[in-house]
Design a protein around this ligand. Sequence first.
Ligand SMILES: Nc1ncnc2c1ncn2[C@@H]1O[C@H](COP(=O)(O)OP(=O)(O)OP(=O)(O)O)[C@@H](O)[C@H]1O
Ligand SMILES: [Mg+2]
Length: 406
Amino acid sequence: MHRPAEDLIEREDQLGTLGELLSAAVAGSGQTAVLSGASGNGKSVLLDRMRSLAGEVGTDVTTAIAACTEQSLPLGVIGQLAGAAGLLTSHAPEPAGAATSVAGLLDAAMSRDWDLAQDASFPPSSAKILHGLCMAFLRGIERRPMMLCIDDVHHADPFSMQFLSYLSRRVRATRLLMVLTDLPQLSPAHPAQYVELLHSSTPIVLTVPPLTRAGVADMVRRLPPPVDPGLAGHVHALTGGNPRLTAALVEDVLRRVEGPPAVGRPVAGEAFIEAVRTCLLRSQPHALPIARALAVTGGTAEVPVLAQLLSISEEMVDWGLLALHRVGLLPGHAFRDPRVQAAVLAGMPVRERAELHRRLAVLGPGGGEPADIVARHLVDAQDVEGAPGSRRPLGPPPARDQSMPG
Ligand SMILES: Nc1ncnc2c1ncn2[C@@H]1O[C@H](COP(=O)(O)OP(=O)(O)OP(=O)(O)O)[C@@H](O)[C@H]1O
Ligand SMILES: [Mg+2]
């Protein structure tokens, strides 16, 4: 559910600070800001809101979105920015020669046959490409202030990160405000350029936290009356205040309010399942498989068991668990609520679920599972695959209650 930007709840502080940074940049004192928050906490909608505000005060806004699928494209993010800033076309308003040089420099960088394993960063011989690009961007903002936005910068290719660090170290005396969004978690998988980007130029980090209980109540109040006064508390308990999960749950409640008369109490439905899946997919790389493995084990597996089950290191499991914790699904060592576990299972391919049951059974006593549990995993594996259709209406065992209290 995409909410109009003006409806943002509990983001006055971040918008206030960003507004001040923008005014300072317009006055010639540039800065880099990082909006940092777990998946679903609302970094992109906050960035959207800020882009609108900057546009309203006559600042040029240039945006790029980094994607993990494009991480192997050297300077892909910078190519997006250059295109959006009009630096690639001959009609660009920059001084004569600048457009050609940016296109040429990008072309030189992109067409080079980088050995990504070896050339994790620009070799010194190519530093002039980086410098030339940076100067072209800075020339581009001589005439008008600019806000450069990079959403999901943690997915940027290492070369783009290196470029952004370079630029970030030079923004102070310019009319440039750079706003980046990222996940609040460095992992060993991140390239050194990412660490450098976040730390070498001391950007201003603005945390984008989950909503408080009062914020969740604000969102719940958007439901048509009558609204159960206890509902906000239940929604907050189930989502941990993650705005994406909260908005989805409110949408599920709304569907039931608008649909045929609800039998029983409101449930965490399709929107919630989708939102949980989205948060998992968009968190650290191992968050999704770890959440699925945890859900299949019933939410009680130890780190070594998860590591064995997924054939990854225990360190990676720890990183994944931390991501689940940050996103609000796993406040301690177990899912926040059986409905979260149900949503994870419901968003999971049948084959993967059956395979996990089988692997758990094989781990069996070595994994610390008693024989009856091993047997249950084998039965579950057959059950899951034997269910009609590609998806069975997944969730915790049928005896469990999925309904929302209240
Ligand atoms: N402050 C807020 N007030 C109301 N709704 C919000 C707020 N923040 C986020 N939302 C809701 O949560 C959804 C997810 O927000 P958004 O996509 O910006 O999260 P994100 O932090 O960028 O997540 P990701 O890291 O996965 O990209 C929005 O579409 C919106 O419905
Ligand atoms: Mg986002």
